[in-house]
Unconditional design. Structure first.
Length: 465
């Protein structure tokens, strides 16, 4: 399917998963075009790289070279489930004989052609997969990687190798997308309840993860976080290993401490060996846990200790993953993609560990009506770990509004005096009037577009500090 295409059109090109695929085909020299609802810094980069994009849902914006002659094996149309069925461009392709394929199916076709390393989990996928990819670049030949975030080391969500047959990908549980993957190595970071609009209940979601683990190739390896209740599928031939911070797993970190320069140090125990005084280039206990998972994969792929040491120390992190944008006395700004109660708790806990008793103001934009409905109490419990809360309106993404479901469901459950609700566009003004110290912006919607305006307000406000 993908190998014969000379022209590729992406419906929803600006999505983080779609954009890595668009970049890949652009790298191969194909004609790449697409549509997205919103112009963003990422889509502007795609355009700069030579990808033709439009932001109007109008079939007349589809390039003439793509429409001419109708469908054929030389033309590939890719879409994401985030695009509604009412989208005019997607409907035009379907009604004119084209056979649009889901992003997950295309990703599976690419990753399954080599040794796939697939990272699954309701949270932690992007951090672990990006760190794995960075470690594997220390090996001869490196790796190919389609990432769910923009790596700070490479300023991209795509890595391409001319010689390696290793493909690092995220195994997304939404819409059961990960069942398109048949990797050699699978990592499972977490299995908290999520996407219940797709699965119906947690038990069905757990069966989805079990099915994914069962698709690991014969002789392959499943590396699972200790305590995750994964049920190994009957008849599976893969080996199962565990990882953790603290003893009791096959791979584990212990003796965590801070170096004089602020670097996190730890010792890593692996089957039959131990590596002392590893240094990690990003802060936080949760990142040490991610590093253990990534190191386990790298060792499974044949990497040597020296490469792991170098890769961990040189890792610069990911945009929007505990992304420290300002760090000075009296003024800190951290941006994070957290959009599930467990992720909020992990993020806020990490801030507490690093910044101690300093006042923490959290800005949270809920993502999806169904997730807000299903986890309102969990969100409130996580957000109560803040000193102060600014709660934004729900970002709907692919969903239509649900009657009675608004951010107020969370707001009224938060047992905190210092809380306020506001519209996204009003956020800089609201933050400017508050007495802040450490500010965290959290969410998977379009809150990222407000980070720069908030930065300007904070830097202006505290310019004398």
């Amino acid at each position: 399917m993908a190998g014969k295409a000379d022209m590729v059109y992406f419906v929803g090109a600006g999505g983080i998963g779609m954009s890595s695929l668009a970049r890949y085909f652009n790298y191969l020299g194909k004609k790449v075009a697409g549509y997205d609802l919103t112009c963003t810094p990422l889509t502007r980069k795609l355009e700069y790289e030579g990808i033709e994009l439009t932001y109007t849902d109008d079939v007349n914006t589809i390039p003439t070279y793509f429409r001419a002659g109708g469908p054929g094996t030389d033309k590939l149309v890719v879409y994401t489930p985030a695009i509604p069925a009412s989208n005019h461009i997607l409907r035009w392709f379907r009604s004119n004989g084209y056979n649009p394929v889901k992003r997950s199916k295309l990703l599976g076709e690419l990753a399954n052609q080599g040794r796939g390393v697939a990272v699954a989990g309701t949270h932690g996928k992007t951090s672990v997969s990006t760190l794995i990819a960075h470690l594997l670049t220390q090996m001869p030949g490196g790796c190919n990687a389609f990432l769910g975030g923009i790596s700070r080391n490479y300023d991209s969500n795509l890595l391409v190798s001319e010689t390696s047959d290793i493909y690092v990908v995220e195994a997304d549980e939404y819409d059961r997308s990960f069942l398109q993957l048949f990797p050699s190595v699978a990592v499972i970071t977490s299995m908290d309840p999520d996407h219940l609009d797709i699965y119906g209940n947690y038990e069905e979601m757990a069966r989805g993860f079990s099915g994914f683990a069962g698709q690991v190739k014969e002789g392959g390896t499943v590396i699972c976080k200790k305590g995750v209740p994964l049920m190994p599928p009957a008849g599976g031939s893969a080996g199962y290993l565990s990882y953790a911070v603290g003893s009791g797993a096959d791979y584990y970190a212990e003796n965590l401490r801070m170096d004089s320069d602020g670097t996190t140090l730890f010792d890593l125990a692996v089957p039959g060996n131990r590596y002392s005084d590893l240094k990690l280039g990003v802060p936080g206990r949760f990142n040490v846990e991610n590093a253990v998972a990534a190191a386990a994969v790298a060792l499974t792929c044949g990497m040597e200790e020296a490469g792991i040491r170098k890769g961990l120390l040189s890792f610069s992190g990911i945009y929007r993953r505990f992304d420290i944008r300002i760090n000075r006395p009296g003024c800190v700004l951290i941006d994070d993609y957290a959009h599930h109660p467990a992720e909020l708790t992990a993020c806020i806990t990490a801030v507490r560990e690093i910044f101690g008793q300093r006042k923490i103001t959290g800005v949270f934009q809920p993502h999806l009506y169904t997730r807000t409905r299903d986890f309102a109490s969990g969100f409130a419990e996580s957000l109560e770990n803040l000193d102060e809360l600014v709660l934004l309106d729900i970002y709907p993404a692919r969903e239509e509004p649900l009657r009675g479901v608004t951010s107020r469901l969370i707001y009224e459950k938060v047992r905190m005096k210092n809380k306020v609700m506001c519209g996204r566009e009003d956020l800089p003004l609201v933050i400017g009037k508050m007495d802040t110290d450490v500010v965290i912006t959290m969410g998977a919607g379009n809150i990222d577009a407000m980070v720069e305006p908030v930065m300007k307000v904070l830097l202006s406000k505290y310019s004398g500090i």
